[in-house]
Write a protein that binds this ligand. Sequence first.
Ligand SMILES: Cc1ncc(COP(=O)(O)O)c(C=O)c1O
Length: 466
Amino acid sequence: MKNPSSHHFTKDNPSTPIYGSLESDHVLPKKFMPEYSLAPQIAYRMVADEILHDSNPRYNLASFVQTYMEPEAQQIMIDTMAVNAIDKTEYPQTTAVENHCVNMLANLWNIRESDSPIGTSTLGSSEACMLAGIAMIFRWKKLAKKHNIPLAKLNLVVSSGVQVVWEKFCVYWDIELRVIPMTDFQDLRLDPKQAVKKSDDYTIGVVAIMGITYTGLFDDVVLLDHEVEEYNKTHAISLPIHIDAASGGLFLPFVNPLLEWDFRLKNVVSINTSGHKFGLVYPGIGWIIWRNKEFLDEKLLFTVNYLGTSFSPEFQLNFSRPGSQIWAQYFNFVRFGKEGYKAIHEKSKDVAIQLSEQIKQMSFFHLLNDGSNIPIVCWCIKDTPDKPKWSLYDLSEILKRSGWQVPAYPLPANFKDVIIMRIVVRADFSRDQLSLFLEDMKSALEILKKQETYVTHPNCPSGFNH
Ligand SMILES: Cc1ncc(COP(=O)(O)O)c(C=O)c1O
């Protein structure tokens, strides 16, 4: 070993310790791109250190989005990271695998023999919902032309529980968002009768949700389908139902296959889901499927000529995007099969039920969802004369001290003054993790009992959307 004093801790000396290097002794650039390069190991360490300022995704209990994949799944993602999914000629197997996933999903969602489904992967449910909405506009226009109905402002009927993507869709495409407020605190879901009552000749469709973002509850699609069926008997332009199954779409087929919400119901024309939620893939994948080509105007399908060859039609808002998420989804389907998904999801459900039982015993809380439909547990503080001085915002702040992210947020319209907390029990939130969380929750309540000052309600008008 050389005498340490003979070391020259310079830029080009590979034995220079990272934190002893000149380069590590600078603040990373924020506005202007640096003039000079950094050695990769130093650049890696410095950038990776900035990641530490984010919370640990595994401790983010509010998120639906996957935070754990097996090493083999990660390897598949690394193997396909350089694949651009849109280059269908160059990467035909990626297109084939995407189609396999579409077929499997259509079958999981009980497509009928007589249907000819069409679908695509997307970056998430948001892109999928946008595509669903655009397809509904084009379908409406085609039918309006056929029935000589003059063009006027179109509308989309939704409940006040919809995710923000539907508001965005209506703003971007100049559609009236016709909101049916959720009025019954004991049943915070779409009122199917009201939804149909509020529909008219200019309604492009009705959205039902399987896994309302705020609470995890499911809309009653059987009743909605029945109401829509009656409406359709007397209207020239039939009312299509789109199911936003961002979270339920890859949960229900395994855990509650008898619940009817999908293509078994006649008026359901399209369904979306997030592969990165209960599909168990890291963020960046969603899916949408239409029951038949008639619900997706062919004007919306583009066959792009690329490198001199034409490739199969596509209908997406993005062009280039990673193939790795598609491969990861296919990997999970092959790896887990129905049996594996069922085992994972049933376990998450059991953990969620155990969590809700514990929350209930903490006496301050009223449960809005006990996790028995989908592993989402959601609660508010009971509105009683002896309710505590602290709020769920205070609880959220104290839980952060142990690393847990459990945000508090208001319910939508009609119940905006009700503050709730939601935990999504993901596959990697084991019973052991739950036991750690519960200990921290109990200590947090002890701290709150003694605390003198409280957080005032932050300005959080639009709820929590992910
Ligand atoms: C019901 C619903 N729709 C759409 C979305 C948007 O999904 P994504 O994050 O996959 O774009 C979410 C996200 O939580 C959701 O809960």
